[in-house]
Design a protein around this ligand. Structure first.
Ligand code: AMP
Ligand code: ZN
Length: 139
């Protein structure tokens, strides 16, 4: 899709910190991370949301999440990882290209709101370095 920011990331028209890629899926660091290692997984083919995404893309995204969540555990040793996925503006979906958030949780982290977190720009060097380490662990 021409104007979609995540399609632009898939095409390489705008930069991203890539964590994982295969034929159907692209994963990269969220630039406004809720926590260290906050990662997004998207289908390369544009779909807006869970209502629209074809089953093969949906399963590819979630199969990739297994690889990435293992890498996150290895690199960051979180106490948990929240998988968050929002559908539609009413659920605060801001980028209308299907995406699965992987949000590592650490001991003592503040409670994670389901759909109303504050957007705060991350430290880009730290975001890049963490993405590099997770990518290396995905293999
Ligand atoms: P959602 O509310 O589920 O649509 O969340 C969209 C997410 O995309 C937010 O967490 C943003 O920080 C993230 N985001 C937006 N633009 C970019 C970008 N260019 N690179 C990485 N993450 C982005
Ligand atoms: Zn798109």
């Amino acid at each position: 899709m021409e104007d979609c920011i995540f399609c632009k990331i898939v095409r390489g028209d705008i930069p991203s910190f890539r964590v994982y890629e295969d034929e159907k899926v692209f994963a990269f660091a969220d630039i406004n991370p809720i926590s260290t290692g906050h990662t997004l997984i998207i289908p390369k083919r544009h779909s807006r949301d869970l209502w629209e995404i074809p089953e093969d893309d949906l399963s590819a995204v979630h199969l990739a999440s297994i690889k990435i969540i293992r890498a996150i555990r290895e690199v960051l040793k979180p106490t948990g990882v929240a998988c968050v996925q929002l559908n539609g503006p009413g659920a605060n979906q801001v980028v209308l290209h299907y995406h699965l958030h992987l949000v590592p949780r650490m001991e003592g982290d503040p409670e994670l709101p389901v759909a109303t977190w504050e957007i705060r720009e991350g430290d880009m060097e730290a975001v890049k370095e963490t993405a590099r380490r997770i990518a290396a662990a995905v293999g």
